[in-house]
Design a protein around this ligand. Structure first.
Ligand code: GDP
Length: 577
């Protein structure tokens, strides 16, 4: 019963083989979940295991096709046998992960935060980045756990708001980014024009890796620039449910002419010439530095161009690399285990009131039973068996999570987003961003008897990072105030309070738009907090913050009060107190 799904071998005929695979090819299989005891890996086996990890996220604007592409990756990885369009009732979509929806609708088994499967010798860890329209911290934090990213664009829309925001986070982390221009089964913007826009808007060099091949506006294949040949796909007539057959042909071949006609061949030849003249040269070192992006064109719906994109991506995307820590650089294949929490989620299983902390493993191998240290608190934490969520059931995770993987740890409240968990030494990985809230609201409940439930819900959701929980002092006791980076987080908050804590609450928006933790003499804090457009509050740890009505007020306060220090993340001392 441990096994929840068996992968099926896919048709290999159309599959170009991936290059630069260091690990032995294992073909395609979905890992079975078993209850067998993991056996510790030798150093060489650990390095091999880590070398085949590819941990990445897809960044895109809603509707660009992320769910569809994810499903196709599952199809190609053998994790599902046939793809069906994941239908959307988007009404409360923001409240759940796209994958949970997929899981429910398709009956497939995936973990809630990372989807993993084996493909051509690689272990693919695809991190969930919830597709909220609004600014979402969750999505941004998921990127801290990724080693590379796929930027998915709609061929009619190019770079959109959410793409831009997510891209900037990847940029800061210098993540290698591979671009897939989707929906090329429909005629969209001129491909070179679109690439120009990407370069100008995002400041990243693009070079064409594959190029759409059309006949009468219909996508029939892609030109593979590296092979200097064309992949022609056959329409399987099943709306993209299965992998299309692909044939590799020369530009001068009769087959190509037969499929697209003389005129289209001539036009394609011109486009290819133009690519060589105008297109940027492939610079793989620049890709590794996150300064250039290879671009593939295709359609996640019909699957045309997806296989070759995946091949290129996996060949170039990096395995887990060394990370900076307070104890110097930590190599992934180095013992012992270390990792950081990038997401905490409460109530994943309504029958078990628990929280799961998702840890990205940065070094070594998950060492069940070992004693780890939580860097922020110095507390010891026994590493219990990691959890996975299969069809919403909790099961023990399979063996040997190593650097690059994500493990879900059941937690009773000792872990927070950003915490480092390490065995044997108190290292700390900086860099899980906590964004300063821009929206604030006071929370009210009709039924005062539910106050305890409200407090508990708010505390849990704050620990997850859904909201920032603050308190304004008053004579009747502290009044809870919630802060959020995007106002959509408020909807999620109310919805979850209702569903998970049976608390019906309402919000009264407050006229503040930024917040800073402040340290310094109490008198000075009070002095500025009492001025117009400001308010003094404390966070759940009792650390002082001031809310400001706008950036201008904040800047003026910073200039006027030289005795005070303003922090946009919670200062360490307060957190440790
Ligand atoms: P997400 O919001 O990014 O997860 O986008 P979805 O995968 O849910 O796709 C949004 C819509 O675009 C759906 O109606 C899909 O069927 C459609 N779509 C996705 N990929 C393609 C594609 O390659 N071609 C076309 N024509 N439609 C697509």
């Amino acid at each position: 019963m441990g096994a929840s799904y068996s992968g099926s071998a896919f048709r290999a005929a159309a599959a170009p083989t991936a290059t630069a695979i260091t690990a032995p090819g294992r073909g395609s299989s979905l890992t079975l979940t078993t209850f067998t005891e993991p056996v510790a890996l030798t150093d060489a086996a650990l390095a091999d295991e880590i070398g085949r990890r590819r941990t990445f996220a897809i960044i895109s604007h809603p509707d660009a096709g992320k769910t569809t592409l994810t499903e196709k990756l599952l199809l190609y990885g053998g994790a599902i046998r046939s793809a069906g369009s994941v239908k959307s009732r988007r009404s409360d979509r923001h409240a759940t992960s796209d994958w949970l929806e997929m899981e429910q609708e398709r009956g497939i088994s995936i973990t809630a935060s990372v989807l993993h499967f084996d493909y051509q010798g690689f272990r693919i860890n695809l991190l969930d980045t919830p597709g909220h329209q609004d600014f979402s911290e969750d999505t941004y934090r998921a990127l801290t756990a990724a080693d590379s990213a796929i930027m998915l664009l709609d061929n009619r829309k190019g770079v959109e708001t959410q793409t831009r925001k997510l891209f900037s986070v990847c940029r800061k982390r210098r993540l290698p980014i591979h671009t897939f221009v989707n929906k090329c089964d429909r005629v969209g913007e001129d491909p070179l024009g679109l690439l120009d826009d990407v370069q100008v808007e995002l400041g990243i060099d693009c070079f064409v890796s594959t190029w759409p091949v059309r006949r009468d506006g219909r996508l029939v294949g892609v030109y593979d620039r590296e092979r200097a040949k064309i992949w022609l796909y056959s329409d399987m007539g099943d709306h993209g449910k299965s992998r299309p057959d692909a044939t590799l042909v020369d530009l001068e071949s009769d087959e190509l002419e037969a499929v697209i006609g003389t005129e289209s061949v001539e036009r394609l030849a011109e486009e290819i010439d133009l690519l060589e003249i105008a297109g940027t040269e492939a610079d793989y070192e620049a890709v590794a530095r996150g300064e250039a992006s290879p671009v593939c064109f295709g359609s996640a719906l019909t699957n045309f161009g997806v296989d070759i994109f995946l091949e290129r991506f996996l060949a170039l995307a990096p395995p887990p690399t060394a990370r900076e820590s307070t104890d110097g650089v930590v190599e992934p294949a180095e013992h012992p285990f270390s990792g950081f929490v990038f997401k905490v989620q409460a109530n994943m299983d309504p029958r078990h009131r628990d929280r799961v902390a998702f840890v990205r493993v940065c070094s070594g191998e998950f060492d069940e039973g070992a004693e780890a240290i939580v860097s922020r608190t110095g507390q010891k934490l026994r590493l219990a068996q990691p959890q996975e969520f299969m069809a919403r059931e909790r099961v023990h995770a399979e063996s040997n999570a190593v650097a690059g993987d994500v493990v879900g740890l059941l937690d009773r409240g000792s872990l927070r987003v950003g915490d480092t968990v390490a065995v044997g030494r108190p290292v700390e990985y900086p860099g899980v961003p906590r964004f300063s809230p821009e929206h604030f609201a006071q929370i009210h409940i009709e039924d005062a008897l539910r106050r305890k439930h409200l407090d508990r819900g708010l505390r849990h959701l704050a620990e997850e990072g859904t909201i920032l929980l603050l308190f304004a002092p008053s004579i009747t006791g502290p009044i809870p105030i919630v802060g959020a980076v995007g106002s959509l987080q408020f909807d999620v908050l109310l919805d979850r309070l209702e569903r998970e804590y049976s608390v019906s609450a309402r919000l009264e928006r407050l006229p503040f738009h930024c917040a800073r933790w402040v340290t310094g003499p109490d008198k000075a804090i009070d002095k500025i907090a009492n001025a117009y457009g400001r308010r003094r509050v404390v966070d759940a740890d009792g650390a002082a913050l001031i809310l400001f009505d706008n950036e201008w007020t904040l800047r003026r306060s910073m200039e006027q009060e030289e005795d005070l220090t303003f922090h946009d993340v919670q200062p360490r001392k307060a957190a440790d107190a």
